[in-house]
Structure formats: C-alpha cells, structure tokens
Write a protein that binds this ligand. Structure first.
Ligand code: SAM
Length: 155
C-alpha cells in the first residue's frame, strides 16, 4: 500500500508547512507498526493559467494508477474520525493504494470529482487549500492513533 496526497500549489515555509510536516511525521511514526506507510506529498502547479482542467491534468499524473481516488471537497461525505480510520484500515487490508486530492483556488475539475472513489468534506464551509492540507494531515495522524488504540482521540 502507498498513500499519496496530490495538491495544487506550492506550500511555502511557514506555519501551515510546519504543521503538515509535523502531522505527517507523527503519522509515519504511529503508522509504522500498523502497516501504514509514510505519506508522500506531490504539489502541482499550472503556470500557464490553464485553470481547473490544466490542474486536473497535472493532478491526474500524480495519482498512482489503480489507487483509490479520495477527493477533498466541501460537497462530499462527512465521515467521523473513527469512520475515516476504519476506511483507511480497510484500504490497508486490501493492499489498495490511496491518493487524496486537494484542489486550488478555483476548486477541483468536475471530471476529477466524477471519478472519485470517495469525496470527503471537512464541513460545508470552504477552507483555504493550505489549511485543508493541515486538516487532512491531522486526520491521518488521528486515524493512526485510533487504530493504535492510543488516547489522542477522545469522543
Ligand atoms: C479554496 S478551495 C476551492 C473552493 C472552490 N470555490 C470550489 O468550489 O471548489 C480549494 C480546495 O480545498 C479543498 N476544500 C476546501 N474546503 C473544503 C471542505 N470544506 N472540505 C473538503 N475540502 C475542502 C478542496 O479540495 C478545494 O478544491
């Protein structure tokens, strides 16, 4: 199994980058004994102003063939953290690769959303894509702690 995040935009050094790195590092350490691999982050940038369709093309190249496509979108399903952890464990148990996709300022091209295996919403409000990276990284770490039975997550 591999886990990737494909995201539009380059995250410069700063608080969001530090938080993403910290949560992904914690995920890697907690996930090791659970059979969960470290997350690889792929940033894509369309410098030609081609909009969502050009971004979709770049994102598609970053999605490993055969990986379950998990699109982050405010219109998606709103799983609980234990649900999210359970689904993550399910993909691991099937040895299925997983790729999370986060759009840019204009959002994700409908063609990408249409072929998603799962659309996850972090609430119905729209968040800046850099914060979505932080929240996704935190939820991955939280999921690993839930699967490990550690007391980080409390209901
Ligand atoms: C600034 S938002 C783009 C919003 C855009 N207006 C749209 O209609 O999609 C950038 C990206 O962050 C992610 N995002 C923003 N809010 C989200 C939410 N509530 N839940 C899940 N993902 C979200 C999505 O991947 C989105 O494409």
């Amino acid at each position: 199994m591999r886990i990737d995040i494909a995201a539009v935009g380059r995250l410069r050094k700063g608080p969001e980058a530090a938080m993403v790195a910290d949560y992904l590092d914690r995920f890697a350490r907690t996930g090791r004994s659970l059979g969960l691999p470290p997350v690889a982050l792929h940033e894509v940038e369309d410098k030609r102003g081609g909009g969502m369709s050009a971004e979709a093309e770049l994102l598609s190249r970053a999605i490993p063939p055969g990986a379950a496509l998990v699109v982050m979108d405010e219109r998606g399903e709103q799983p609980t953290s234990p649900d999210f952890a359970g689904r993550l464990a399910g993909y691991r148990d099937q040895a299925r690769d997983l790729c999370f996709v986060i759009g840019g300022a204009d959002g994700l091209d409908p063609s990408l959303r249409a072929r998603a295996d799962w659309q996850i919403s972090l609430g119905r409000m729209v968040w800046p894509h850099m914060l979505v990276r932080v929240m996704l990284a935190e939820q991955l770490y939280r999921a690993a702690t839930i699967l490990a039975g550690s007391p980080y997550h409390r209901e």
